[in-house]
Design a protein around this ligand. Structure first.
Ligand code: PLP
Length: 363
């Protein structure tokens, strides 16, 4: 299989597997237990916490591990409603379902505003300014879009939120380790499996003094903010993945840029969806007039590629992101997302795109 679906998930780094192995075997103690083996597990979790904080570029504040970024986003959004007596959430139409569906659910009882984007996929800062006001508790904006790779102006959005006394939440799931996470957000949600770590663990970073109300109640773990026994194996795996992001930042970046240039040249007559400039280059979302992308991918055995948002794949939902850009249903159905990164070789990318291009032109 040639794997080109890095936005859906990423291959586990061998270093991560090795770091996790003891914690899946003989190091089984509960990290919240008071005896030596428990304390050893707790210490390993603290090391991992520091590694994830470093990858986020944060020295202050606190980081709580969660079961996924979806949980972290739900917690940050639901737990911020009522903050400062405010009851409104403002977000953007191209956010991940973990944000949009949570906001929509809140909309049954609270005021919510979902801002449009332009044809490039970018939000208009004047529209953010106009939407955020004295009732706004939270503004949620993602850094790198999972479907089209477009980068929102997160620092500017955070400044607008703060000027109105609101909190700002950044979904940095696709940005972590790939683009610098700007200063400004009060909360940042991330996920291990998008950065060569294990599935089943995410985290919410909170700036000093920012504590959303708990979503999960119980044993009082994670400073009483997120109950539930932590998995040392998953935390250590996330930590190891984060350490690798730091160590390999320049090499990973150079590699992705090389692959991007080659892929763009090879698919030069395809149309790019979303901004070419404000974009992470490990995400090439392209379309061809008249193409039936679903049929094409079904015919291309041995290639792992995605049609739209992998998070929503299987749901049959049309891409809300492409629609928000003003891309009609027919053009959306002719779109393919090609996602590559650290372990993609230039040769396999070339082979995959040659097959894809030939099959598309033969359709
Ligand atoms: N946010 C973005 C931008 C994503 O791409 C994803 C996963 O695809 C999520 C949130 C949810 O992350 P998780 O799989 O950890 O729940």
């Amino acid at each position: 299989m040639i794997y080109l679906d890095y936005q859906a998930t990423t291959p586990l780094a061998p270093e991560v597997v090795a770091a996790m192995a003891p914690w899946l075997g003989y190091k089984f103690a509960n990290p919240h237990a008071p005896y030596t083996a428990g304390r050893e597990a707790a210490a390993a979790i603290e090391v991992a916490r520091g590694q994830v904080m470093r990858a986020l570029g944060r020295e202050a504040g606190q980081l709580a591990f969660t079961g996924s970024a979806t949980e972290a986003l739900n917690w940050a959004i639901k737990g911020s409603i009522g903050h400062g007596g405010r009851d409104e959430v403002v977000t953007i139409a191209t956010e991940h379902a973990a944000v949009l569906d949570t906001v929509e659910w809140l909309g049954r009882t609270h005021r919510v505003t979902v801002l449009p984007v332009d044809a490039e996929g970018l939000v208009d800062l004047d529209a953010v300014r106009a939407a955020v006001g004295p009732r706004t508790a939270l503004v949620a904006a993602m850094l790198v879009n999972n479907e089209i790779g477009v980068i929102q102006p997160v620092a500017e959005i955070a400044a607008i939120a703060h000027a109105a006394g609101a909190r700002m939440l950044c979904d940095a799931v696709q940005g972590l380790g790939r683009v610098a996470i700007p200063e400004g957000p009060d909360m940042i949600a991330v996920s291990a499996h998008k950065v060569h770590g294990p599935k089943g663990i995410g985290a919410l970073w909170m700036a000093e003094g920012v504590e959303p109300a708990p979503l999960i109640h119980g044993g009082g773990q994670e400073l009483g903010l997120r109950s539930g026994t932590l998995s040392p194996a998953l935390c250590v795996g996330f930590g190891a993945a984060a350490r690798l992001l730091d160590e390999r930042a320049r090499a990973d970046h150079r590699h992705v840029e090389t692959l991007w240039r080659a892929a763009r040249a090879q698919l030069a007559d395809w149309t790019l969806n979303g901004s070419a400039e404000q974009r992470y280059h490990g995400n090439l979302n392209v379309r061809r007039d008249g193409l039936d992308a679903a049929r094409l991918l079904a015919d291309l055995r041995g290639l792992a590629l995605s049609l739209g948002s992998a998070c929503a794949s299987g749901s049959g939902r049309p891409s809300h992101v492409l629609r928000a850009l003003g891309i009609g249903d027919r053009a959306a159905r002719s779109s393919i997302r090609i996602g590559f990164g650290r372990y993609t070789t230039a040769d396999e990318l070339h082979e995959a795109l040659a097959r894809l291009d030939a099959a598309a032109k033969a359709q």
